[in-house]
Structure formats: structure tokens, C-alpha cells
Design a protein around this ligand. Structure first.
Ligand code: HEM
Ligand code: MG
Length: 261
């Protein structure tokens, strides 16, 4: 009885008009004039109003507050991410960027994304089902491992290198890319195990929405730079196509092969 009563009250009070603060965090699809970009998480945070919903005038304080409220990122990490992002605004000494700025090809946006096609083939920032399905094919179990994420990264790179004559992927791109591939584990998964529930990741990519209705909540322990590096390094290690050390005697075999060739 009490619970029904409380539920009714919560529903009645839960309207934005009576509780304007509830507007923040409420998911809304972007409007026609809102900017969105190639980053599914920036788009998601804008859809929740954790950064400006219109995707414009995104300042350092916006990024610090948005990444703290949405994902429990520590301030130094968020601030560092802003520093890396600000080059996207072509104006000198800019203090903000827009989600549209992120679309500039080969500035931050790069080839071989998991959920967008290469600029050479089409929109580098709109979610692309065909591309996403290709990536998802490598997430072969309900729990996605660092290796499965690495596999999807490698597959997208091989496809781009084979068929996109303008394929570009520099050492800097690789570092950014490793962070992006690690991101699902960081935001929604277990950073110690290097794993994440596929259902949460899929919901996030497809809806550009935090998977709260699937039971996810942001990490209780705040995420720092060291966490990002740790998980990025897990992905990096998992991109090696070599399965492990050889059996004993292998040195001799290798020398023999080297001698023959
Ligand atoms: C991709 C910017 C924060 C998750 C991207 C891309 C950009 C970008 C430009 C496109 C790269 C490409 O071509 O694939 C930013 C900026 C951020 C930010 C400016 C904050 C200042 C985050 C955070 C997460 C995240 C906090 C999640 C924890 C991702 C993922 C991708 C991505 C998963 C890869 C999408 C794909 O491959 O299709 N980001 N990002 N980003 N970002 Fe972010
Ligand atoms: Mg891209």
C-alpha cells in the first residue's frame, strides 16, 4: 500500500516542470538543429543533458561536470580529455568545441571506426548499421573481452586498409583508438577483468543512451587517468596476433627456418 502510494507520488513529482533539476539526466533524442558527432559517448552525454543538449559551446567546466555526473570521471582525467579535444575547434585559443567540430576528418576523427564508416565512403559521424554489425560480429559471447574488442578494431583496420585508398592510421591515431576501444570496458564493464556485458555495450551504441534501464549505474569509485591507461594497454596487448611463447626447442626451429630462407 505504502509502496503504491510512494510510486504514485514519485510519478507525480517526477515531472520536469515541478523538479527542473530532473531535466538534467533525462534522455531526449537530439532535435534537428542539435549538433552530434562521431563519439557515441559525447552524443550520449548530450542526449542526457550532461553536456549541452544542442552540442554547442562545450567548455572545460562542461566536460568536467558532464563526465563526473554521467560516468564518475575524476576532474584531472576530464580536464586532460578536454585538452586533447580542443584542437578540434580551428579557432586559435578556443575555449570551447562543438560536436560538429569533432567531425573534421583526420583531426580527431579517424578511419576504421567501429560504428561509423570511413570519410572516404560516406558520413564519418552518423551511426552506420552495416559497419556496426561488422564490428559486433567479433563480440562473439555475451561477455565481451578485451580480445574481442581488439579483434573488432583489427578487422575494421584491415577492411579499411584493403578497400579505402585514403586509409590513414598514424601512431597518434592508434593511441586515441586504443582509448576508444577500451571505453566500453571503462564506462560499463569490469576494468580489472577487462570485460563488459555485450547487452550494455550494444544498447549504448545503438541508442546513444546510458544503459541505466538495463541495471547499469556509473562506477562508485571515480575513474582516473591511470584506469584509462591500464585498460588501453590491455587492448593494446590483445591486438597482437601472436598467441604466445613457443615451446622449448623453438629457438632452434626458428634458426633453422631463418637459415633456409
Ligand atoms: C570515438 C571524441 C570522450 C567513447 C570518438 C571520436 C571522437 C571522440 C572525435 C571519433 C573517432 C573515430 O573516428 O572513431 C571524444 C571527446 C571526448 C570523448 C572530445 C571528451 C572530451 C569519450 C568517453 C567515452 C568515449 C568518455 C567513453 C568512456 C568513444 C568510443 C568511440 C569514440 C567508444 C569509438 C566509436 C567508434 O569506433 O565507432 N570520441 N570522446 N569517448 N569515443 Fe569519444
Ligand atoms: Mg571515424
Amino acid at each position: 500500500k505504502l509502496s503504491t502510494c510512494l510510486a504514485t507520488l514519485t510519478t507525480a513529482w517526477g515531472t520536469a516542470a515541478q523538479h527542473p533539476h530532473l531535466e538534467e539526466g533525462k534522455w531526449k533524442a537530439p532535435g534537428a538543429d542539435d549538433f552530434r558527432g562521431p563519439c557515441p559517448m559525447m552524443n550520449t552525454l548530450a542526449n542526457h543533458g550532461y553536456i549541452p543538449r544542442d552540442g554547442r559551446n562545450i567548455t572545460r567546466p562542461n566536460i568536467i561536470a558532464g563526465l563526473a555526473t554521467g560516468l564518475n570521471f575524476k576532474e584531472p582525467l576530464a580536464s586532460l580529455m578536454f585538452d586533447m579535444a580542443i584542437v578540434a575547434n580551428p579557432e586559435p585559443n578556443a575555449t570551447y568545441f562543438t560536436l560538429d567540430h569533432l567531425n573534421q576528418h583526420n583531426v580527431l576523427e579517424h578511419d576504421a571506426s567501429l560504428s561509423r564508416t570511413d570519410s572516404y565512403f560516406g558520413s564519418n559521424h552518423i551511426f552506420n548499421w552495416t559497419i556496426y554489425e561488422k564490428s559486433k560480429a567479433y563480440w562473439t559471447e555475451p561477455i565481451i573481452t578485451a580480445q574481442m574488442l581488439a579483434n573488432s578494431k583489427l578487422a575494421r583496420q584491415v577492411e579499411s586498409r584493403a578497400f579505402n585508398p585514403t586509409y590513414r592510421f598514424t601512431a597518434d591515431t592508434e593511441n586515441f583508438s586504443l582509448g576508444e576501444i577500451a571505453a566500453p570496458i571503462i564506462a560499463f564493464g569490469d576494468m580489472a577483468l577487462g570485460e563488459v556485458n555485450r547487452t550494455l555495450v550494444d544498447y549504448f551504441f545503438v541508442n546513444e543512451r546510458l544503459p541505466a534501464e538495463l541495471g547499469w549505474h556509473k562506477k562508485e569509485v571515480a575513474i582516473g587517468v591511470e584506469d584509462i591507461l591500464k585498460v588501453s594497454n590491455m587492448i593494446k596487448a590483445a591486438t597482437s596476433l601472436i598467441t604466445g611463447p613457443d615451446q622449448s626447442n623453438s629457438g632452434n626451429k626458428r634458426d633453422l627456418h631463418a637459415g633456409i630462407h
